[in-house]
Design a protein around this ligand. Structure first.
Ligand code: AMP
Ligand code: MG
Length: 384
């Protein structure tokens, strides 16, 4: 199958949808309406969309991603009126959270209505709903006239996609189309809260933070143990998708965290040099501050040839055999969120054998970033 790329040229340049862009979106919406699959931008990451009410469309989503069929899809809507068509119970808590965070990077798990097929919910009696705020996502869903099931638009297990190019990399030949609306703004997947039980539980952290949830709920939200201790054997996550090694680059990875910038840089470099001496191509992901220290440290021992490259959103330094990605200031967790998946993909593209990444403070969106980093590293963390 040839995958068509619908590039929204004017939207990417100006941030508003022209008539020409709308014509492209109508073609993509027709594909969705007739059961085809379309990857499209949202404010979190790119989604791989299909008609959520059509069993076959959902089955094809699993096949295109190579996703285990027990890992349910998130259903995307544009209007508050659609909620009650898709859920069997819309509780007061759910209503309060919907009013606070929709449209936006927020997903709620609720008991499903009969019209939502089990194929879409991975066999569960609950459904995940989200109302995105992204202009393109909203127009596309509205024009398609159906709720759109859309997991992240990546091959299962790989880092999520935040650009159309990355969707093409993973899914070309397997889906009908990709809508190119530029880079996703947030860069990590939506916050997931399960409101189907007695009390709300956070299943996946995202840009709607624990701090924001507390402000609406009036108390701290319970956090699924799998969020804080990913990959521990006795912890069974409630969001099936959180149990897999995930968001993962091909190379093994270690995180260095909890220390002064000097200590972190020191340790990161000594790990990297050990790997380099074993003949492994090594990559690092670090804050601007730690990058500066790494480069100075390295230059104090030897003077490697150094080059700087800008690759899309990524700033990359090459010092001899060592690759270093500067992911933004350590105080700017939003920049980490935006660039993390592109950085992990760049490591794959460069063919590195081992990755050393700096950790981030776990407040606000930093909690979500660290959660993805831990999962990408398979829980391999060093505190200095
Ligand atoms: P993705 O769309 O790739 O971001 O993955 C969707 C995430 O939502 C996965 O981690 C799923 O396990 C989770 N999810 C979707 N539906 C449900 C549900 N009914 N109950 C619990 N988790 C869900
Ligand atoms: Mg995913």
């Amino acid at each position: 199958m040839d995958t068509v790329l619908y590039e929204l040229k004017d939207y990417k340049r100006t941030g508003s949808l022209s008539e020409a862009d709308m014509a492209e979106l109508r073609k993509a919406a027709d594909i969705l309406g007739s059961g085809g699959l379309v990857a499209f931008p949202t404010e979190t990451v790119y989604g791989l969309g299909g008609n959520a009410l059509m069993k076959d469309a959902s089955r094809r989503i699993y096949a295109a991603k190579g996703r285990p069929s027990d890992n349910p899809l998130i259903v995307h809507i544009t209007d508050f009126d659609e909620i009650e068509l898709l859920v069997a119970e819309y509780s007061d808590t759910a209503r309060k959270l919907a009013e606070a965070f929709w449209p936006g990077p927020f997903t709620m798990i609720m008991p499903k209505a009969d019209i939502v097929p089990m194929e879409t919910t991975g066999g569960l009696s609950t459904v995940a709903l989200r109302m995105p705020s992204h202009r393109v996502a909203r127009e596309l869903i509205r024009l398609s006239g159906v709720p759109v099931a859309a997991p992240s638009a990546n091959t299962s297990g790989r880092p999520s996609t935040t650009m159309a190019e990355h969707c093409m990399e993973d899914l070309a030949g397997r889906i009908e189309a990709v809508v190119d609306g530029g880079s996703s703004d947030i860069g990590v997947e939506s916050t997931i809260v399960d409101v189907s039980g007695d009390r709300p539980v956070l299943l996946r952290p995202g840009a709607v933070t624990r701090e924001m949830l507390r402000a609406v709920l009036g108390e701290d939200i319970a956090v699924d143990p799998a969020v804080e201790h990913p990959l521990e054997k006795d912890v069974h996550p409630k969001a099936p998708g959180m149990k897999y090694r995930h968001y993962a680059p091909k190379a093994p990875m270690v995180i260095v965290t909890d220390g002064t910038e000097d200590r972190i840089a020191d340790r990161m470099l000594s790990i990297a040099e050990e790997r380099l001496s074993q003949g492994l191509k090594t990559g690092m992901i670090a804050s601007e501050e730690v990058c500066g220290r790494l480069i100075r440290l390295k230059a104090s021992k030897e003077l490697p040839f150094m080059s700087t490259e800008v690759k899309g959103p990524i700033l990359l330094y090459r010092l001899g055999e060592l690759l270093i990605i500067n992911i933004g200031s350590s105080s700017d967790e939003e920049s980490w969120a935006r660039e993390l998946f592109a950085a992990l993909r760049e490591m794959d593209a460069c063919g590195v054998d081992y990755i050393v990444a700096e950790g981030v403070d776990e407040h606000d969106i930093g909690f979500a970033v660290m959660n993805r980093l831990k999962k990408a590293a398979g829980g391999n963390i060093i505190s200095v």
